[in-house]
Design a binder for this molecule. Structure first.
Ligand SMILES: Nc1nc(=O)c2c([nH]1)NC[C@@H]1CN(c3ccc(C(=O)N[C@@H](CCC(=O)O)C(=O)O)cc3)CN21
Ligand SMILES: CC(C)C(=O)C(=O)O
Ligand SMILES: [Mg+2]
Length: 311
């Protein structure tokens, strides 16, 4: 019998590493975040939603990776962040955690998982940590969330606050609109969250003078998104800065690469090459038999065809 007709036991694909990826970076902990803040070193935060986007946070030296509920829009195509469930966020954060090892990993509590009662908020935040491998949770709201945040932080779940434009409340705010015409309210919110034990607060779409003032008035880091460069750190949505997500282009975001175009062009070229049969190229992207085996096989095949006429 010919070798090609038997299972040679050889694998036609290259072997995959079976060992887990270990970070070559030093682990960022809540203490690292405090130290950066104390030293007035800007804290870098980037969103991620799956294994590769998490790996990019790892490789690019991010201090923090946020599994933001913006993934509902940018990775799942929903028109808002609100449809995502806690179990779906857990599914994504587990994948992010496999790629993002060193950055401090924070997960967004989805709309409806923490607002209605404190027990649910505590149970859901603990579930997120245990099942989703996040090291902290983020939730939206200020003064009105004081009791909830106090309870969550008291049981050992670090909380990242989020005030200003709170996208989960976009329906009530009339859309994704810049906030902060009432600076006093924002300051009260920030102070309440600090007192409730938040380790940092996201300020979203807050005028830069107001964000600077709040940053000066509180004793924990502010992480700005559309809130000026005097915040203690900055966060943006990964697929926005890569030029992939094109349904929104928030004024505050900056496009650092045009990955969307690169991907479209790569796929177009693949399509063309398949259609004109220039891919796969014989030898480069194909497997060959041993020397002489082609002839032997073709001889056998001709014999086979002769003995097994098509019906
Ligand atoms: N892709 C994406 N990027 C984000 O930054 C983001 C999300 N999704 N989803 C959740 C929230 C929503 N965010 C947004 C979305 C849009 C604007 C926006 O278009 N703002 C207008 C100003 C609107 C106004 O003030 O009236 C702008 O011009 O930037 C702002 C924040 C930020 N977050
Ligand atoms: C933009 C950040 C702060 C966020 O909440 C998200 O990505 O969902
Ligand atoms: Mg969010």
């Amino acid at each position: 019998m010919f070798r090609i007709l038997r299972n040679t036991g050889k694998r036609l694909y290259s072997s995959h590493p079976t060992t887990e990826l270990h970070s070559e970076r030093k682990k960022v902990t809540i203490d690292t975040i405090r130290k950066l803040y104390k030293d007035n070193t800007p804290i870098t935060v980037m969103t991620a939603y799956d294994y590769p986007s998490g790996m990019f946070c790892e490789k690019s030296n991010m201090d923090m990776t946020l599994v933001g509920d913006s993934l509902a829009m940018v990775a799942l195509g929903y028109p808002s962040t609100n449809p995502i469930t806690l179990d779906e966020m857990i599914h994504h954060s587990k994948a992010v955690a496999r790629g993002s090892k060193a950055p401090f990993l924070v997960g967004d509590m989805p709309f409806g998982t923490y607002e209605s009662n404190i027990n649910d908020a505590v149970n859901n935040s603990i579930k997120f940590m245990k099942e989703g491998n996040v090291e902290a949770v983020k939730l939206e709201g200020g003064v009105e969330m004081f009791d909830t945040v106090s309870k969550i932080t008291s049981v050992g779940v670090p909380v990242l606050g989020h005030i200003g434009l709170t996208p989960q409340r976009a329906a009530a705010l009339g859309g994704f609109k810049a906030q902060g015409r009432t600076a006093i309210k924002l300051l009260e919110d920030a102070k309440a969250l600090e007192e409730a034990g938040c380790f940092a607060i996201v300020l979203e779409c807050v005028p830069e003078t107001v964000a600077t003032f709040i940053t000066q008035q509180i004793g924990i880091p502010t992480i700005g998104i559309g809130a000026g460069n005097q915040c203690s750190g900055q966060v943006l949505v990964q697929l926005d800065i890569l030029g992939v997500y094109d349904k929104l282009s928030p004024k505050f975001s900056k496009v650092y690469a045009n990955v969307g175009n690169d991907i479209t062009n790569a796929l177009k070229t693949f399509g063309q090459e398949v259609r004109d049969r220039s891919f796969p190229k014989s030898g480069d992207h194909t497997f060959k038999m041993q020397k002489g085996e082609d002839e032997e096989f073709l001889k056998w095949a001709a014999e086979y065809v002769k003995n097994n006429p098509k019906l």
